[in-house]
Design a protein around this ligand. Structure first.
Ligand SMILES: Nc1ncnc2c1ncn2[C@@H]1O[C@H](COP(=O)(O)OP(=O)(O)OP(=O)(O)O)[C@@H](O)[C@H]1O
Length: 507
């Protein structure tokens, strides 16, 4: 482990007594410490050299800790920043986290917590004041996979499995998600990942963990909806021997198991209100009290939560605590549905097929025939990437060649009628009947193919008119971007580098 003297810290506070207290605490830990009393004083030092971290009070005589933070961000500096906010001003803390602070502390500063937060910012293990799970070891929480559960509520990840590498797709939406992952990985800020079921929310959480200084510590994924209500407290916070019938020995909970690492709370919207209050307390206090224990113990855990529900609406409906929502939702990452990024479909299929082949020990991986891909692109995928994975698993099992064709997909025509109606979100109304006029062209022999050709032509003309911008072209036709994308995918119309291309295999 790197020795503490290799880390240099800058402490910024205008109160001499506090400055000395922080300085002495950190010197005792073995760090190299310098101090400053104002924004300008701090900036003058930062111009001369770099530090491992900057710890700044929020209120300074010539500005605020946020000003300092923003200057560091603008200059692209790598120092981790920790701000110290006045008690009872959570909005300042949230603002600091959004501006890029690694973490915040509230006055009066608890020195144990102070040391722990700084160690955590520097990526030094054993932050949190208690015994930490050894890096790379299986955390004790893995033992909670109880018998009789319908879905395993906990998954423990140690080491790296390359979640970012697993994440295929270069659509604008996915590029934005990746950018956010990289940005938030550097801080301790709580993240709320939202998105429909199966979109890849857990993959995002893992990628954040793997990109953070906590990567060598455990990643504990908990499905909040899969744990019986009466067991929640013991599972989350652990218990002491004799705390209740059957508690034959002390056991750690998810929080202790995730010590120094990341706790991923999936389906957070499923937590009952009573448990929400207890979770809020732990987040505020950064300490947990196991069931049956007399005192709390500090714990350093980063929380990432996920939901497929509209948590804001859950708050409105009184089913989710507003204060907890506020704490968890400092940074939100929305993972788009597969329908909204159909352009990612080929890349995701390829990646998933590679994985399936690898797991089965088969190489090269099977490939999708163009008409099979076109058929997939017409489907609405209510279960998103997970549904696509299942479908491809089945298709690989069915095909006896290197190619997966339409018939291997097992997508009956009926599902497309449903998908189309769902996607368009508007009732399909028949066109008003017009009386035939003399000299009109003959009636088409295949109405669907005829209308497709007309629609394809209109889409292409609108795209050309609007310089291949799908949003503008769609709007000119009264379509949302989503509807436009769907129609383009259905008709095999693609925007390429130098114009529009049409997949000739499409109807
Ligand atoms: N962009 C992607 N590229 C390749 N595979 C992906 C992608 N996104 C998700 N997956 C895969 O899809 C599956 C579902 O992803 P994940 O479990 O992260 O979704 P989720 O949103 O957390 O689901 P749920 O809401 O049901 O908990 C996983 O096997 C994951 O690896």
């Amino acid at each position: 482990m790197t020795s503490a003297s290799h880390y240099s810290l800058l402490v910024v506070d205008d109160e001499p007594d506090l400055r000395t207290l922080y300085e002495l605490t950190l010197l005792r830990e073995g760090y190299d410490v310098e101090t400053a009393a104002s924004v300008e004083d701090a900036w003058a030092r930062l111009r001369d050299r770099t530090y491992s971290a900057v710890i700044s009070d929020m209120r300074l005589p010539d500005g605020s800790g946020l000003d300092l933070l923003r200057r560091l961000e603008e200059a692209g500096r790598r120092e981790k920043t920790i701000v110290i906010t006045a008690f009872g001003s959570p909005e300042n803390a949230v603002e600091a986290l959004k501006a890029g602070a690694y973490d915040y502390l509230t006055k009066p500063v608890d020195l144990k917590q102070f040391r722990s937060v700084i160690a955590s910012a520097l990526g030094r293990p054993n932050a949190g004041g208690g015994a930490s799970a050894a890096p790379g070891s299986a955390a004790p929480g893995s033992a909670v996979r109880g018998a009789g559960r319908s879905a395993a509520p906990v998954v423990v990840l140690t080491g790296s499995s390359g979640a970012l590498d697993r994440m295929a797709g270069q659509s604008a939406a996915m590029r934005q998600v990746r950018g956010l992952i990289e940005k938030v990985a550097r801080s301790m800020a709580p993240v709320l990942v939202s998105g429909e079921s199966g979109t890849g929310k857990e993959l995002v959480a893992r990628a954040i963990h793997e990109g953070s200084a906590r990567r060598a510590q455990p990643f504990i994924a908990v499905n909040c909806g899969a744990i019986p209500e009466q067991l929640l407290e013991a599972e989350f916070f652990g218990y002491r021997k004799g705390a209740f019938t059957g508690a034959a020995e002390d056991r750690e909970g998810f929080f202790q198991a995730a010590r120094g690492g990341t706790l991923f709370l999936d389906e957070i919207g499923d937590l009952p209100l009573a448990m929400q209050s207890k979770l809020l307390r732990v987040i505020q206090e950064r300490a947990v009290r196991p069931v049956g224990a007399v005192s709390e113990a500090p714990v350093d855990v980063r929380i990432i939560s996920a939901t497929h529900k509209d948590l804001g609406a859950e708050v409105q409906a009184g089913r989710f605590r507003q204060d907890l929502y506020y704490r968890l939702n400092v940074i939100q990452i929305r993972v788009p549905s597969l329908r909204e990024r159909l352009e990612d479909l080929p890349a995701i299929c390829e990646r998933v097929l590679e994985r399936i082949a690898q797991d089965a020990g088969v190489w090269p991986p099977p490939r999708l025939a163009p008409e099979a891909l076109a058929r997939l692109a017409r489907y609405a995928f209510p279960g998103n990437v997970r549904e696509l994975e299942n479908l491809l698993h089945r298709a690989v099992a069915l095909t006896d060649s290197e190619w997966i064709d339409e018939s291997d997909l097992g997508l009956p025509d009926a599902v497309f009628a449903d998908s189309l109606a769902q996607e368009l979100e508007t009732p399909v109304t028949p066109a008003p009947a017009t009386p035939p006029a003399p000299g009109e062209p003959p009636l088409p022999s295949d109405l669907a193919a005829y209308l497709d050709a007309v629609e394809r032509d209109i889409l292409i003309r609108a795209l050309e008119k609007h310089r291949f911008n799908r949003t503008a072209a769609g709007a000119s036709l009264g379509l949302s971007l989503r509807q436009m994308r769907y129609r383009m995918a259905r008709l095999g119309v693609m925007v390429a580098e130098h114009g529009v291309t049409v997949d000739p295999d499409e109807p």
